[in-house]
Design a binder for this molecule. Structure first.
Ligand SMILES: *Cc1c(COP(=O)(O)O)cnc(C)c1O
Length: 397
């Protein structure tokens, strides 16, 4: 019998009752704007910032409209100006080069290894070209963060971390987002917490934090924050920093606060699904699973594997055959951008040179989402389907 998977790769879990109740309270009082508070009221947004800062061990946190907004704000707040060059991962998604473009800067792309992390040798070569690295922990893969920080510190390069796929992950004992000067997170539906849209920015630097708060559209109401620097940090910055509105609102914050508290539980659930998939795929002839480093404490919200040296037609064939059995795979080697998946040569607003080593990895790179609505039995079934289709295609190829 040919097994077929009938679940949805884009279905999230419902918002838990605590989030629904909190959202209803905000809707009932109607004060959705973060600075629309009663005299002694603490806004949901300010409380979210305080709670996320405490959870991740950051001095300051700012909640904003999206992960992309958090990254662009971080770039501005560390002093990136139009025309500057910014180092960034070549293997990432469109909001990352988009954030660089949003501030008028120009990306310098750094290659990807077959472990799906930034190529630190390529980075070392390119460090003299820029003063800032926007490091994307794409699909949750963390590079050797100690080596990366040593390289960047020695070169005087400021690191901004894009943690859209690593909220809740650690390298050794340090949370992702706490290595660089700034950590940026997304609360968009397909990430690790879900308020539809939203972003969080964390830093220990009072100047960066103060600039980010003003950029986000605080007007002169920054004293109503609970995870912002003291008023004296704003003394000059309040005159020099434009308002580029991108605030979070109390409705989203209300939905997010219980989810932030639940994050460690969700991480364990994601990893149980990931391990099941990985076990089911490991040892498939023609397919290579990504070996994760010991120091990495991942969040398995997606899984990738490599089809090394497969002809293009065979990869396409595999994707089509899996789709016919209900398993949605994304391929990073496709020449045209599709859905959420795109690659550096389709971001034509950003100059790039050919990167043959990166191209060789992307040519065989297959990616799959792992929503929490999948059971571990679903994951075992999906792995069996991929395994059998890889077997069929690999033999022919
Ligand atoms: C989703 C995502 C972001 C942020 O996206 P928003 O939709 O703006 O919240 C940043 N980086 C990566 C790699 C992403 O996938």
């Amino acid at each position: 019998m040919t097994e077929v998977f009938t679940g949805s790769f884009t279905q999230q879990e419902p918002i838990a009752q605590a989030g629904i109740d909190a959202a209803m309270r905000v809707l009932q009082h109607g004060r959705l704007h973060r600075y629309n508070t009663l005299p002694d009221e603490l806004s949901e947004t300010a409380l979210l910032e305080q709670e996320f800062a405490a959870q991740i061990g950051a001095r300051y946190c700012l909640a904003v409209a999206s992960g992309g907004y958090a990254m662009a704000t971080a770039l501005r707040a560390v002093g990136v100006k139009p025309g500057d060059r910014v180092l960034t991962n070549v293997f990432t998604l469109a909001p990352v080069p988009g954030a660089v473009a949003a501030v008028g800067a120009v990306p310098v792309f750094v290659g990807v290894t077959d472990q799906l992390v930034i190529d630190l040798d390529d980075l070392a070569d390119k460090l003299p070209q820029a003063r800032v690295l926007l490091l994307s922990h794409m699909r949750g893969h963390l590079c050797d963060m100690e080596r990366l920080m040593a390289l960047c510190d020695a070169a005087g390069v400021t690191v901004i971390e894009d943690c859209a796929h690593t909220m809740g992950a650690f390298w050794a004992d340090v949370p992702s987002g706490r290595f660089g000067a700034v950590g940026c997170f997304s609360c968009q539906t397909y990430k690790h917490v879900n308020s539809g849209e939203g972003g969080l920015l964390v830093t220990d630097d009072p100047q960066i934090a103060a600039r980010a708060v003003i950029y986000s559209g605080s007007y002169m109401l920054y004293e109503r924050h609970l995870a912002a620097p003291p008023p004296d940090a704003f003394a000059q910055i309040k005159y020099e920093t434009p308002n580029i509105s991108g605030r979070m609102d109390n409705l989203r914050a209300a939905i997010l606060r219980p989810q932030i508290a639940q994050l460690p539980t969700q991480v364990a659930r994601w990893n149980a699904r990931y391990e099941t998939l990985e076990q089911g795929l490991r040892g498939t002839p023609g397919l290579r699973v990504i070996e994760r480093p010991d120091a990495e404490r991942k969040v398995g919200s997606s899984i990738q594997f490599l089809l090394p040296d497969w002809p293009t037609g065979a990869v396409q064939d595999l994707v089509a055959r899996c789709a016919a059995r209900g398993v949605e795979l994304k391929w990073f080697g496709a020449p045209e951008p599709a859905g959420f998946t795109s690659r550096y040569d389709s971001w034509r607003y950003a100059p790039s040179e050919a990167m043959p080593a990166t191209d060789a990895v992307l040519a065989g790179l297959v990616d799959m989402r792992v929503p929490l609505t999948f059971s571990t039995e679903d994951c075992a079934l999906i792995a069996r389907i991929i395994r059998s289709e890889v077997g069929a295609v690999y033999q022919q190829a």
